[in-house]
Design a protein around this ligand. Structure first.
Ligand code: G16
Length: 544
């Protein structure tokens, strides 16, 4: 077996988005497409000779083929060892956990997260650094720059596939391939953070959960931890077998795509808690009996109660949220007397705050919550922290959230997505808003006073790096907000996201319907951005 160099030509558009490079499977299947990107990753890194790489994915279509290509290229480029999940399976938070525990140089995750999978759907690839988190912008920019000038890549001449289904160690051209149990390291870490004995008691007292793994990567993790280690009744984990096309579903845990779960929690015999996770296991949705918890509220509740879990008993150093996420968590930070951070969308922006010990909990409106235990958001972690809190408080999910609102006030919040827009039209909406910014501040919009309006820019407090054009914000003097940004994770056309928020301190107003409460701001948001005339859409495709 020997190393060979193959000639290639650059592909345009190998630019990582919010979370890695995501494209249609058919794009990745073009000769040299994956190889070019992988070589561009390796060419952007220094000092990995003889070191360890972690490799795995969410099991979607093309996962296995991509793993074989990357193993050969990792060997040819000089890595000493690759830890690969059995069957090619590793959830995104598990990769982060394994990189940290085994002090690996970095990791490659194969996933397009919550996007559908299958021959005609999406695939993705992402590089994570030695701290366990997504590569920061300067690395992803370097990868892109390399991809635009690449002329050759290194691989092995022997293309016989490595057996990734049997646990153990194999030599591949002088590099060690270690096929590992995808769940073990992660489950061990969860056992250190949470009071498993208290959660076992909760389940043995008759508490029931329905965890919908959506035929994505979390199935094996949830089965081992919830049913195996914690004693949830067998069958609590549904759609638990990872499938290459996610069973034809859309592995996005929200009210639209996890409709089965929503219906089960609304039924007369509903379990006490429902939860779902996405394609690669980093997102989560939490529901009580007939009661949906918004991701922003979930972050705030978890932060306010985190000390009930042993891993957080000493308190939080700070709480970070992405800019479009509701300000509910800021109120908790204020009450706890710890700093609140507002970062651009994308988990990578939390990495420095976590590494520097400035933030302990982080969260995003896009169904992501996590902590300093790894450097990715973590779906099952959020479920376990909720279970730990429920085990200690012995109240329903709904009662805990309602008490939270009574104490902190309620941030009514909703996100309206316009998916599959013509890219030019979507960019036109953003350009129009940017042009209007100077005249918005101080103006009245439908009876609401605009305090400020800007295009969000972020200066990282740890390394001073600056990220601009991170979303248009209209901030009203009563604390309400409208935020607009274009999704950075789609693979077809453009998706415009509009985030609407209004604060209500008075408990008498907390029971109101969210869309109704936000009604006037929703109309303002549509009109200011000229969404209907510019996109031809008179309603969003998804409302969460
Ligand atoms: C990714 C990032 C998240 C981010 C989300 C936003 O999530 O990891 O940090 O909040 O994208 O997506 P968009 O740009 O479409 O609004 P994931 O779960 O897709 O990796």
């Amino acid at each position: 077996m020997s190393v060979i160099t193959r000639k290639t030509l650059p592909f345009s558009g190998q630019k990582p988005g919010t979370s890695g490079l995501r494209k249609k499977v058919t794009v990745f299947q073009q000769a040299n497409y994956l190889e070019n990107f992988v070589q561009s990753i390796f060419d952007s890194l220094e000092g990995f000779a003889g070191k360890t790489l972690v490799l795995g994915g969410d099991g979607r279509f093309f996962n296995r083929e991509a793993i074989q290509v990357i193993l050969r290229m990792a060997s040819a480029n000089g890595f000493g060892r690759v830890l690969v999940g059995q069957g090619g399976i590793l959830s995104t938070p598990a990769v982060s956990c394994i990189i940290r525990k085994h002090k690996a140089f970095g990791g490659i995750i194969l996933s397009a997260s919550h996007n559908p999978g299958g021959p005609k759907d999406d695939f993705g690839i992402k590089y994570n650094i030695s701290a366990g988190g997504p590569a920061p912008e300067k690395v992803t920019e370097a990868i892109y720059a390399k991809s635009q000038v690449i002329s050759e890549y290194r691989t092995l001449d022997d293309e016989r596939p490595v057996d990734i289904d049997r646990l153990g160690t194999i030599d591949l051209g002088g590099m060690t391939v270690e096929v590992i149990d995808p769940v073990a390291d992660y489950a061990e870490l969860m056992g250190k953070l949470f009071d498993f004995a208290a959660i076992r008691d909760l389940f043995s007292s008759g508490f029931r959960i329905r965890f919908d793994a959506m035929h994505a990567v979390t199935g094996p993790y949830a089965k081992t931890i919830l049913e195996g280690l914690l004693g949830a009744v067998p069958g609590s984990v549904v759609h638990g077998i990872p499938l290459p096309d996610f069973g034809g579903g859309h592995p996005d845990p929200n009210l639209v795509h996890a409709h089965d779960l929503v219906a089960a929690l609304a039924a007369p015999d509903a379990p006490d808690m429902g939860a779902a996770s996405d394609g690669d296991g980093d997102r989560n949705m939490i529901i009580g009996r007939g009661f949906y918890v918004t991701p922003s509220d979930s972050l705030a509740v978890l932060a306010a109660n985190a000390t009930l879990a042993p891993g957080y008993a000493k308190g939080l150093a700070g709480i970070a949220r992405s800019m479009p996420t509701s300000q509910a968590a800021d109120r908790v930070a204020e009450a706890l007397g710890v700093p609140a951070y507002e970062t651009p969308t994308g988990w990578k922006f939390f990495g420095n705050l976590l590494d520097a010990g400035r933030a302990t909990l982080c969260g995003e409106e896009s169904f992501g919550t996590g902590s300093n235990h790894v450097r990715e958001k973590d779906g099952l972690w959020a479920v376990l922290l909720w279970l730990n809190i429920l085990a200690k408080r012995r109240q329903s999910v709904e009662a805990i959230v309602r008490e939270h609102w009574t104490r902190f006030g309620r941030n009514f919040y909703s996100r309206h997505d316009y998916e599959g827009l013509d890219s030019k039209a979507a960019e036109g909406v953003m350009a129009h808003l940017r042009q209007r910014l100077p005249t918005l501040a101080g103006s009245q919009l439908g009876g609401h006073q605009v305090a400020t309006a800007d295009d969000f820019a972020y200066t990282d407090p740890v390394d001073g790096s600056v990220s601009t054009q991170q979303g248009i914000r209209i901030l009203f003097s009563d604390g309400s907000r409208i935020v607009y940004r274009l999704s950075g994770t789609g693979t077809e056309g453009a998706t415009l996201r509009v985030y609407i928020e209004r604060f209500e301190a008075d408990p008498a107003g907390h029971a109101r319907d969210t869309q109704e409460t936000l009604g006037d701001l929703i109309s303002i948001a549509r009109d200011v951005a000229e969404i209907v005339p510019r996109t031809g859409r008179d309603a969003p495709t998804v409302i969460t």
